[in-house]
Write a protein that binds this ligand. Structure first.
Ligand code: ADP
Ligand code: GN1
Ligand code: MG
Length: 361
C-alpha cells in the first residue's frame, strides 16, 4: 500500500468496498473538499472525500440531499441517471464521521473525462446540455425537502454585506493594499444585488439548481464526449437557473484559467458564450422570458460575486478557499474582475447573442 495512512485505512474499512484497499492518492483540482482516489486489489476504484467543515456546517444535511436526489433520478431516469449514488458504510450510512471529520465514498466514474477548460466548442456545448438537463430533470423534485447546505450561498447582496464587514474589521491588515479592487466591487454593488432581489420578489422562478457548475463538476463520457455525470452535489439547493448558467460561462467562456495571474490573457470568448447559450436553451426548454433576458446579468453577477468572495477571503487571511501560494486569492479576485470588465465591454454583443438564440428556440 502506498501514500496512505492508518486513519484513511480505518475510514475506508467502514465502507462496503469491493476488495482490499491497495492504494490511496490525492486526486482532482477541487478547492473545497479533500479528494482521494482509492484502488482495491480487485481493480475497483473509488473517490474518497473528506468534507470541508468550514464551508459546510451541516454535513449530514448535504448527504441527505444527495441521497434524495440520487433516489429521485434513479427512479426517473434508470440507467441514464446523471449522478453517482453514494457508497454506503457497513452500517448503512452514506457518510462516516470520526474525530478527524466527515468522509464519503463514491464509485470512481470509469470511462469519463473531467475538463479544466473546454477543448472545443462542442465540449462546451455538451457541458451546457449536461448542466441544463440537470435543472430540467429536477424540475419536479420536491424543492421544499432540500436542506439549505450553505445559507445565502448565491445571495450576492449578502456576499457584499460580508465583504464590507470583513473590510471594516480588516483582520489580516491587507485592506490598504487592495483599494482599487475594493472600489471595483463597490461600484457595482447595486447592479449585482438585482438578481437576489428578483429571486426574493418572485420575478424569477426558483428552481432546484446545482449552484457550483464549474466544468470540472461535470464528467463527460470519454468516447462520446457527451455528459455522463454531474458531480459535486454539495450545493444543490433551490436557486436560479441564471446562477448555473452564469457560473459555467464564468469558468468555461473565459479565455484563461480562473486564477490566471496575467490579466491581459483574460477575456470573455463570445463564440463559446454563444454555443453554451444554445446548449443551455435546448436542455432547459422552459426558461421564462425574464430568465432569457437576464442571462447576461447571470454571467456577470456570478463572476462579480466570486470576485467578491475571493477578495473577502484574501482580506480575511485565506480561511475558506484552498490556496496554493501567498496572494492566490487576490490573483483569483483580480482575474474575475478582469472577466467582469470584459463582459462590460461586450455587453451589447452578449445581449444580441441571447436574443438570437431565443429567437431560434
Ligand atoms: P470539490 O468540492 O473540492 O470541488 P469534487 O467533488 O468536485 O470536490 O471533486 C474534486 C474532483 O475530483 C472533481 O473535479 C473530479 O475531477 C474528481 N472526482 C470527484 N468525484 C469523482 C468520481 N466519482 N469519479 C471520477 N472523478 C471524480
Ligand atoms: C468552489 O467545490 P468547487 O471547487 O467545485 C466553490 C465555488 C466556487 C469555486 C471557484 C462550496 O468550487 O462556489 O465558484 O470553488 N464551492 C463552494 O473555484 O464554495
Ligand atoms: Mg468540484
Amino acid at each position: 500500500m502506498n501514500n496512505t495512512n492508518d486513519n484513511i485505512n480505518a475510514v475506508l474499512a467502514k465502507f462496503c468496498l469491493d476488495g482490499q484497499v491497495s492504494s490511496v492518492r490525492p486526486y482532482g483540482e477541487g478547492v473545497i473538499n479533500k479528494t482521494y482516489i482509492v484502488e482495491t486489489e480487485s481493480g475497483s476504484r473509488y473517490i474518497l472525500q473528506k468534507l470541508n467543515e468550514n464551508a459546510f456546517k451541516n454535513i449530514p444535511a448535504i448527504m441527505e440531499n444527495i441521497e434524495g436526489i440520487a433516489r429521485f433520478l434513479k427512479e426517473k431516469k434508470g440507467e441514464e441517471m446523471p449522478v453517482l449514488e453514494p457508497v454506503y458504510t457497513k452500517d448503512g450510512s452514506s457518510y462516516y464521521k470520526d474525530e478527524d471529520g466527515y468522509f464519503r465514498v463514491t464509485p470512481f466514474a470509469e470511462g469519463t473525462i473531467c475538463l479544466q477548460a473546454p477543448e472545443s466548442l462542442e465540449d462546451f456545448y455538451q457541458c451546457a446540455v449536461g448542466f441544463g438537463r440537470f435543472i430540467s430533470d429536477l424540475a419536479d423534485y420536491p424543492a421544499a425537502s432540500l436542506n439549505e447546505t450553505i445559507p445565502n450561498f448565491h445571495n450576492t447582496k449578502d456576499r457584499y454585506r460580508i465583504f464590507k464587514e470583513t473590510l471594516a474589521k480588516n483582520p489580516a491588515g491587507r485592506a490598504a493594499s487592495v483599494e482599487k479592487e475594493i472600489s471595483f466591487l463597490l461600484d457595482r454593488e447595486e447592479e449585482m444585488s438585482r438578481l437576489s432581489m428578483y429571486m426574493e420578489s418572485g420575478v424569477l422562478p426558483v428552481r432546484v439548481t446545482h449552484n457550483d457548475t464549474k466544468l470540472n463538476n461535470l464528467l463527460l463520457d470519454a468516447k462520446t464526449r457527451t455528459p455522463k455525470y454531474v458531480i459535486d452535489l454539495d450545493t444543490v439547493m433551490p436557486g436560479l437557473s441564471l446562477y448555473d448558467y452564469g457560473d459555467c460561462i464564468r469558468f468555461g467562456a473565459n479565455t484563461a484559467a480562473e486564477d490566471e495571474p496575467d490579466t491581459d490573457k483574460i477575456s470573455l470568448d463570445l463564440e463559446r458564450f454563444r454555443v453554451f447559450t444554445e446548449g443551455f436553451a435546448k436542455a432547459c426548454p422552459n426558461l421564462t422570458d425574464k430568465e432569457y433576458e437576464l442571462l447576461p446579468l447571470g454571467a456577470k453577477t456570478i463572476t462579480c460575486e466570486l470576485a467578491c468572495r475571493f477578495l473577502t477571503d484574501y482580506l480575511d487571511g485565506d480561511n475558506y478557499f484552498a490556496t496554493r501560494y501567498d496572494g492566490h486569492n487576490l490573483v483569483r479576485a483580480r482575474a474575475q474582475m478582469k472577466l467582469v470588465a470584459s463582459m462590460e465591454e461586450k455587453w451589447e454583443e452578449m445581449n444580441r447573442i441571447v436574443s438570437e438564440v431565443r429567437g431560434k428556440e
